[in-house]
Design a protein around this ligand. Sequence first.
Ligand code: 5GP
Length: 178
Amino acid sequence: MSNIKLHDREFVRTISNEEIVAEVKRVAAAMNRDYAGKRPLLLGVLNGCFMFAAELMRNLDLECEVSFVKLSSYQGVDSTGAVREMLGLSESIAGRDVIIVEDIVDTGLTMKSMLETLEAGNPASVAIASLFVKPSRLQVPVTVKYSAFTIPDRFIVGYGLDYDGLGRNLPDVYDVVE
Ligand code: 5GP
């Protein structure tokens, strides 16, 4: 298996695009069941979510909408979690069934702060869908209702995820070589 280099680091391929697509289809099938008769609003978190969001959307056979938000860079961290501002949500989420679409949940601080922000908009429900979850890294209890892969504590790139800006275009996922 050929390794790749991004900036100064070497990466080894660990998850193929075929495996990713199969798991995203599984997640979409669960959503199709859970949201039957509803019209969920998928809320993608840029930049990392774009490939996952696209694959997920094309496998949903529900009436659904999509919108994207961006989180500001860290403003600071206090004892209750990350302080990050959510930018770009133009529509009202009052009464909506919101599904956050995230690339990876690591410490969970990003999702915790985003959930708090969204709750203030009085949605009917909020669920998290994340392509990857690193359970051993979670610092706060965050329920990821839909996860495609649970992975060990390792740094990954590809399929939307970057290393310092590079690697998002890779169809497969790679682990950093320590
Ligand atoms: P959390 O707030 O859960 O610690 O951080 C989540 C964010 O950290 C993700 O949206 C992603 O931007 C970044 N992140 C966490 N782990 C990884 C990883 O293994 N690879 C990449 N490329 N980004 C990661």
